[in-house]
Ligand binder design. Sequence first.
Ligand SMILES: [Zn+2]
Length: 123
Amino acid sequence: MAPRGSRFHRGLDIACYAGSEVYSVSAGIVTKIGYPYDPRHPIKGKLRYVEVQDGDGMRSRYFYVSPLVEVGDVVRRRELIGVTQGLINIYPGITDHFHFEVKSERGQFLNPHDYLDKKGVGY
Ligand SMILES: [Zn+2]
């Protein structure tokens, strides 16, 4: 578990240009296409996230991603699941990035670095 105030704040921010391809870290099933913010918000409401549950019940969540998959889709490891949406229009001055976090079956946040190491994914 990440200590409070760490640079990964329950997740990991990866700088990238808007429109960058996002690949699933794990094989699994798409369990959610969600909204990080109130979907009625005219600007922030356009942001989406994709959740993929692996065979162990771990749920990886990819934030600020325009999905190319649907709930129920089976994805392979390293399958394209979406493209990053970009945040500059929403938060002027921010560095475009996507946010990656991992939750256990019980909904506890896990250290995303440990998960990526376990899955053999560099970042
Ligand atoms: Zn973040």
